[in-house]
Design a protein around this ligand. Structure first.
Ligand SMILES: Nc1ncnc2[nH]cnc12
Ligand SMILES: [Zn+2]
Length: 340
């Protein structure tokens, strides 16, 4: 199979993205534009200087730069522009459904109101649906390095927007901040009708994945790479069909894997895990959806059949209505049959 043919296959197949932090789509060029209009300073002199700083040894080194970048977002229009830029990008990549995270505490902790953040993001998502037909769900993620009180306060702020937010999640510095720290917040969130998900087993141990399942009652695990350390856990994830939202380029850039050739995605498929491909923080990790698919395809020599399986998994793992899921999966199978 020529690289060209498989890359075209990846480009044109309709895709869903399930693990994407909107703050992680902040491209340096847009960051400088928004900083200028808000008269905010950036630590770096130029787009190139900033890009040169994107060299991470672990999750925390990335998070420090990611939170600093988000500091220039002040007005509703800024959150709109950020989200709109992402939708334009993925529309060109034939992404037709997105389930995206936003981190309200990154902004409310600096005095930006919850309303400003969510209104900007949501109105761009609505416009994306109208203009591009991209359907969406919004996931509000708690920052796990902050305390339970802050998470409870954020949950309260989200209640008037229940109709806009499908789920709550858990992200930021994983090691030392286990899911158990947020058990009570997640219980309350479920009582309020939110679906739950959590980042677990990215850098943290497999025990954190168990906690996310048993204590937070998550419907998906974000990352979950470390589940492979525990065969019983792998069996549990497979048996409960709990999807894992994997992020290959993120894993490479944050040194979760040394080389994409070591990425566990194929091993996980062979173990019957429902794994999906996502971009996490594409502005920081060198690629959106197509680049993620293309780089693992290159590294692991994936076939069109395997790529099709991964794409179907994303729709299976999505929260689209059942009827719509089936329709999308049938369309993807049809695409495969025509282009295999
Ligand atoms: N990969 C990641 N892990 C944890 N928190 C994050 N926030 C943004 N990206 C993240
Ligand atoms: Zn993430």
């Amino acid at each position: 199979m020529s690289t060209n043919s498989i890359n075209k296959f990846i480009e044109y197949i309709p895709k869903a993205e399930l693990h994407l932090h909107i703050e992680g789509t902040f491209e340096p060029e847009l960051m400088f534009d928004i900083a200028k209009r808000n008269q905010k300073k950036i630590k770096y002199n130029s787009v190139d200087d900033l890009k040169n700083a994107y060299n991470f040894n672990n999750l925390q080194e990335f998070l420090d730069i990611y939170y600093a970048g988000a500091n220039v977002l002040i007005k509703e229009q800024d959150f709109y522009d950020l989200t709109w830029a992402y939708l334009n990008k993925v529309n060109q990549q034939n992404v037709i459904h997105v389930e995206i995270f936003f981190d309200p505490q990154t902004h409310t902790d600096r005095g930006i109101s919850f309303d400003t953040v969510i209104k900007g993001i949501y109105s761009a998502l609505e416009d994306g649906k109208k203009q591009f037909g991209i359907t969406f769900k919004l996931i509000m993620s708690f920052l796990r390095h902050l305390d339970e009180d802050s998470a409870f306060k954020t949950l309260e702020e989200a209640l008037p927007y229940k109709n806009w937010i499908s789920a709550v999640g858990l992200d930021s510095s994983e090691i030392g901040n286990p899911p158990s720290k947020f058990e009570r917040v997640f219980t309350k969130a479920r009582e309020e009708g939110f679906i739950t998900v959590a980042h677990a087993g990215e850098e943290g141990p497999s025990e954190y994945i168990w906690e996310a399942i048993n204590l937070l009652k998550v419907k998906r695990i974000d990352h979950g790479n470390r589940c492979l350390d525990d065969e019983t856990l792998v069996k549990k994830l497979a048996q409960l069909k709990i999807p894992l939202t994997l992020c290959p380029l993120s894993n490479l850039e944050l040194k979760v894997v040394k080389d994409l050739k070591d990425h566990p995605i194929v091993e996980m498929m062979h173990k019957d895990l429902l794994v999906t491909v996502n971009s996490d923080d594409p502005a920081y990790f060198g690629g959106y959806m197509n680049e993620n698919y293309q780089s693992i395809t290159d590294a692991l020599d994936l076939s069109k059949k395997e790529i099709t399986e991964l794409v179907k998994n994303s729709f299976k793992a999505s929260w689209l209505p059942e009827e719509e899921k089936e329709k999308r999966i049938a369309e993807i199978e049809d695409y495969y049959q025509k282009h295999q």
